[in-house]
Design a protein around this ligand. Structure first.
Ligand SMILES: [Fe+2]
Length: 267
């Protein structure tokens, strides 16, 4: 008899410092056997859910599965982004370097609530996807810094070389639409000397001096191991992440890479 998802979840393990690993525990079960609403409820609570041992879905099946839970963010390539390392990338998402912290949808019309990755091929060294819990980072920050953050807004500018780009202005602090918690919405700057598709930031609402201080502090604070879960990919992994509370990025690859992830975003 097939176990219900609840039974499977109870056997899941906590990841450190946050997140949940759920192993299928039975052969032949696929993502389609996991009720999507339960999966997203768990992801809202745990922030990151790793499913291991569940069969992956084809693109159309994956889209149908996610659409049962909400609208799917559409791009010029459709809804599912194939993330592979390219030989001549025009955007840092497709090269071997790191991807600095950001949240998805800063340049889109709507910010997705969740994104889901499935890993078709996970061989390669390094390249961990890193998630930062911005809610906890905010909670632990000193009051004077919170006060400075509350006055800060940032304009982001990047050329549209991949599927996103343009100009976008965001307050540094946000309110989580589901939980009401305060979140940090920050995309780290991308130096044109290092990245194929640089991202420029202009800080408003505070003095230029404070702006420099805020950015230097965030560079350290957001990467504190107490707030970061780094996911090491294995072929077949499915990862669901909560986009409003987290920032995410990627460590650089350290060796030869043959990785293929697919990503879909649920609004
Ligand atoms: Fe992203």
């Amino acid at each position: 008899m097939t176990k219900s998802l609840n039974e499977v979840l109870l056997e899941g393990e906590p990841l450190r410092p946050f997140g949940r690993l759920v192993e299928s525990g039975s052969e032949g079960r696929t993502l389609a056997d996991v009720p999507v609403e339960e999966l997203l409820a768990l992801a809202l609570d745990a922030k990151v859910v790793v499913l291991r041992g569940f069969g992956l879905l084809g693109k159309q099946e994956l889209e149908n599965y996610c659409r049962a839970a909400g609208e799917i963010l559409q791009w010029n390539f459709g809804s599912i982004l194939d993330l592979v390392v390219r030989d001549t990338p025009d955007n840092y998402l497709f090269d071997k370097g790191d991807v600095p912290f950001h949240w998805d949808g800063a340049f889109a019309e709507q910010v997705p609530r969740f994104f889901l990755f499935q890993c078709l091929r996970g061989e390669g060294a390094g390249g961990e996807t890193v998630f930062c819990d911005s809610v906890q980072t905010y909670r632990d920050a000193p009051e004077d810094l919170k006060e400075l953050w509350a006055r800060t807004s940032i304009t982001y500018r990047t050329d549209k070389l991949a599927h996103y780009g343009g100009l976008a202005e965001w307050p540094l602090l946000g309110t989580h639409p589901a939980t009401g918690e305060t979140t940090i919405r920050y995309a780290e700057p991308l130096d044109p000397a290092r990245y194929a598709n640089p991202l420029f930031l202009t800080v408003d609402g505070i003095s230029a001096e404070d702006g420099v201080r805020v950015m230097e502090d965030l560079r350290e604070r957001l990467h504190d191991a107490r707030y970061c879960y780094a996911h090491e990919w294995r072929t077949g992994d499915i990862v669901v992440a909560e986009n409003h509370a987290l920032l995410h990025g990627r460590n650089s690859f350290t060796g030869s890479v043959s990785r293929h992830l697919q990503r879909i975003q649920i609004i």
